[in-house]
Design a protein around this ligand. Structure first.
Ligand code: FE2
Length: 384
């Protein structure tokens, strides 16, 4: 009788401990992994890079294929850094040899153990192929994560192929802000590749560089997607602008795609009343853009929207560059004036912009967070 009671107590105790362990593992599982997001380090048509955050001492794997049966798998590499008193662990895995313009199914897992939901992504269009596609451009969240979530959900509905970021997604670049930023993108950045330029508010902290995987030195690089050559630049200081000049010249010289879209956080020409134009970017970059027929230069930073007339050699010219300053996703809003280059200027509205690349035309649509259209335009290629 006594032995039985002990047995019973032992059994109940075991169940209680097991339940506690299960609950603990669930808490742990909910805590990690997180921040699963997609980007490119190489050819968008045949590769995809995935990153996600985990707890310490884990191994990770991506299972993927053109059906949810996942014919392939690849192991991740883990890197870590110390932020305050926390060690932060990120997994990175690059899938290679993929079929262009194809939907892939995938899930990621770590040895914690944990497995993600099933997600899909679409590989890019091969360089030079004129299949139409859509890009969403977002910038300057500045900690307004509700707006970010709203915009990412809207972008998902819009069926865009990938997202370009123009910087300032945090106020100070600290890990807590980034954790909230990734949390707002949970389940969305795992299906839409996100490639960004560095903003001045990303700061001197290493967090930005540790959490994204981009081509080359990750600071300035280019990608070809269909008929568009995309050039990502660091615009936040004159020494950096000067340092990139030889690379920009070489990169644009080697470009074979008809369309060229360059981007940096800081605008060249802007009638923004808070920051305005950048004299040093105009001095060091504008003539290179003119010489190599850059079609569009995209920027954020000034927290207002402005679409320029085509500008070449410092004046309006039909064959010049269209400069677009993007209004913020967040709610830090600055006023905008009117200058000789200004075609459309809009202030005091949080927004995102969609670009649809369709052969010899790029159609742009700037939208407010409620989906209402703020600006629409068609850019015709001068010699497609
Ligand atoms: Fe900003």
């Amino acid at each position: 009788m006594r032995i039985n009671r002990h047995k019973k107590l032992f059994t109940i105790g075991g169940i209680v401990i097991l339940t506690l362990l299960l609950q603990l593992s669930l808490v742990f599982a909910q805590d990690f992994p997180r921040g699963l997001h997609l980007s490119w380090q190489n050819d968008p048509a045949t590769t995809m890079t995935l990153m996600w955050r985990s707890g310490p001492d884990t191994e990770g794997v991506v299972e993927y294929g053109t059906s949810p049966e996942y014919a392939y798998s690849v192991e991740s590499e883990v890197h870590s850094y110390r932020y305050g008193r926390t060690d932060v662990y990120w997994h990175t895995a690059e899938l290679t040899g993929l079929e262009p313009n194809t939907i892939y199914h995938y899930r990621v897992g770590t040895s914690e153990p944990w497995q993600s939901e099933n997600y899909t992504f679409k590989t890019g269009i091969p360089e030079g192929d004129d299949t139409p596609f859509r890009i969403a451009v977002i910038t300057d969240t500045h900690g307004h994560h509700d707006n970010q979530k709203k915009v990412l959900e809207a972008i998902k509905e819009e069926n865009v192929d990938f997202i370009l970021g123009l910087g300032d997604f945090t106020d100070t670049g600290n890990q807590v802000e980034w954790d909230i930023w990734f949390s707002a993108g949970e389940g969305l950045l795992s299906e839409m590749p996100f490639i960004s330029v560095h903003g001045n508010h990303e700061g001197n902290q290493t967090t930005y560089w540790e959490q994204f995987a981009y081509p080359g030195n990750e600071r300035w690089f280019s990608l070809d997607y269909g008929t568009v050559h995309l050039v990502f630049l660091m615009a936040a200081s004159e020494p950096l602008a000067v340092e990139q000049v030889p690379w920009i010249q070489q990169d644009l010289q080697a470009n074979n795609n008809p369309w060229t879209i360059a981007m940096g956080h800081i605008p060249l020409y802007s009638a923004g009343l808070n920051h305005g134009s950048s004299d040093y970017l105009i001095a060091h970059w504008a003539s290179i853009f003119d010489e190599h027929g850059v079609n569009l230069y995209l920027a954020g930073h000034n927290h207002c929207y402005e679409r320029s007339l085509p500008v070449k050699d410092g004046r309006v010219d039909a064959e010049g560059v269209m400069y677009i300053t993007h209004g913020p996703v967040g709610e830090k809003l600055y006023a905008v004036g009117q200058e000789w280059w200004t075609d459309v200027a809009i202030e005091n509205v949080s927004m995102y912009v969609l670009y649809s690349v369709e052969g010899s035309q790029i159609k742009g649509t700037a939208k407010a967070l409620d989906g209402s259209i703020l600006d629409e335009f068609v850019l015709e290629h001068p010699s497609f």
